[in-house]
Design a protein around this ligand. Structure first.
Ligand SMILES: Cc1ncc(COP(=O)(O)O)c(C=O)c1O
Length: 458
């Protein structure tokens, strides 16, 4: 468990926090009998009582079971309504059940879901992603994890180099090479909790701190790094923004070293309709994305430059057509691509991003004001429609610094307090996201509840 390093003189009273958390756990359980009975039943047939083990992470004593979700509102099986600022940890950034996606998916489902054949929607989706992110040629997967795995494979095949480089504290899905961490002595180690690593990650991966250009340059110098895989801003250890000039240098150093640059826009898509890449004129060699682009329907994608695509398809020893390691029988299926077309064409439009960003600003401002009034040494960072508070006065510059600003006890209390008052926050971090259906009242409800929780903490 991580304990937050809070600024001197502003320690949280831990016994008070424990008592408040117990009170909130009891309040949670008192009004959610149906979720409890489903959780008990599921223990007999599901590992950990949940369809995917990370669902054990929710702040309550058992998960809230979903009845329905529309727009920015989730309703549980006990009839409680929540303002959903978690939005499926970005998977539902288009809002829940957006009408154009529901319509397109229903029509596509009724006329064939998967047939191993391309559809017109696929061409439309490729064209739209090219227009938004600047890379001309696209492939579709079932998840962002797969998009990253395939992009890494391509980078290795194209460069003939064995290693990849990631930034400390990153998360790019369940990709083996990325479950590495930077140890205090500067060596690469297994990320804590990594389940069954196939090999020592030091064999596959170099890790440097985000914003550390000297370390990056040194790590690239031996010429053995196929690619840097990076989020344009870290989003999975709080939000850590790049220093001014970081991206220019990252691009220059990777080009000079003959290392490909893969930007993962899965979360940073919140920065605008072409993600952080378009908003800041970045020039990756490959770009990966997933989660939001299908409006909730599973789909991921990766884009490449013309030059890389031509080189890849000309490689006689790389089997892109069959069992070469890039694939997935259901990848590129008709249903996912119909969902992408409806999501990007009609829901997550440039105009929608304008509104979502304004709401993101309102949310971050409200949270920051509450922090200021309470006098706690925390901060809020925003990336377009997405924002996150963290238990440290100064925003961190890298993953190592940000890791010291986590506090699981405090986070659990704040999330549970919000849940009991109708606001859903992402369990893995304190991220709050606006979707096209989010309203100012939704955002203000979060601010009020957050401020009240801080007042209770004293
Ligand atoms: C930046 C980033 N990339 C990739 C992924 C993997 O997404 P998925 O689990 O949908 O494959 C995640 C998941 O949180 C992510 O945050």
């Amino acid at each position: 468990m991580t304990q937050g390093v809070l600024d001197a003189g502003t320690e949280i009273d831990r016994s008070r926090l424990a008592a408040l958390t117990t009170r909130e756990v009891e309040a949670f359980a008192a009004v959610r009998p149906r979720s409890r009975s489903l959780a008990e039943r599921a223990q007999a047939s599901l590992l950990g009582g949940v369809p995917m083990t990370w669902m054990m992470r929710w702040a309550g004593p058992y998960p809230v079971f979903l009845a329905e979700a529309r727009g920015a509102c989730v309703v549980d099986v006990d009839g409680h309504e929540y303002v959903d600022l978690c939005l499926g940890d970005t998977g539902a950034m288009a809002g829940h059940a957006p009408e154009p996606v529901v319509r397109a998916v229903a029509a596509r489902a009724a006329s064939g879901i998967t047939a191993m054949l391309p559809t017109e929607d696929a061409a439309w989706a490729g064209e739209e992603l090219a227009r938004r992110f600047g890379l001309p040629l696209w492939q579709f997967t079932l998840s962002a994890t797969d998009a990253n795995r395939f992009a890494i494979r391509m980078a290795r095949a194209l460069t003939g180099r064995p290693k990849i480089l990631i930034f400390n504290g990153c998360y790019h899905g369940t990709v083996d090479e990325t479950f590495a961490t930077l140890r205090e002595d500067g060596s690469v180690g297994v990320r804590p909790g990594n389940v069954g690593p196939p090999v020592d990650p030091a064999l596959t991966t170099k890790v440097v701190e985000f914003n550390d250009l000297d370390a990056l340059e040194a790590a690239l110098a031996p010429g053995d790094v196929a690619c840097v895989l990076a989020e344009p801003a870290l989003t999975n250890i709080g939000i850590v923004l790049p220093d001014p000039g970081f991206h220019e240098q990252l691009r220059a150093l990777t080009r000079r070293a003959g290392t490909l640059l893969i930007l993962d826009e899965t979360h940073t898509f919140s920065a605008g309709h072409g993600g952080y890449t378009a908003a800041h004129g970045l020039e990756p060699d490959l770009l990966t994305i997933g989660k939001a682009i299908g409006g909730g329907v599973p789909v991921g994608a990766f884009g490449v430059t013309e030059e890389l695509a031509a080189r890849a398809l000309a490689q006689k020893d790389a089997d892109y057509e069959d069992v070469g390691g890039i694939g997935g029988t259901l990848a590129g299926n008709a249903l996912s691509l119909a969902a992408v077309r409806a999501t990007l064409g009609e829901v997550l439009t440039a105009e929608a991003f304008g509104r979502m960003t304004a709401l993101g600003e309102r949310l971050a401002d409200g949270t920051a004001t509450a922090i200021e009034h309470a006098g706690v040494p925390w901060h809020v960072t925003r990336l377009g429609a997405r924002s996150e508070y963290r238990f440290r006065r100064i925003p961190p510059r890298n993953g190592g610094e940000s890791a010291t600003a986590g506090d699981e006890q405090l986070e659990r209390f704040l999330h549970l307090y919000a849940l009991n008052r109708g606001v859903l926050i992402t369990p893995f971090h304190s991220m709050a996201l606006a979707c096209p259906a989010t309203t100012e009242a939704d955002v203000d409800q979060h601010t009020e509840v957050f401020a009240a929780a801080l007042a209770e903490l004293g």
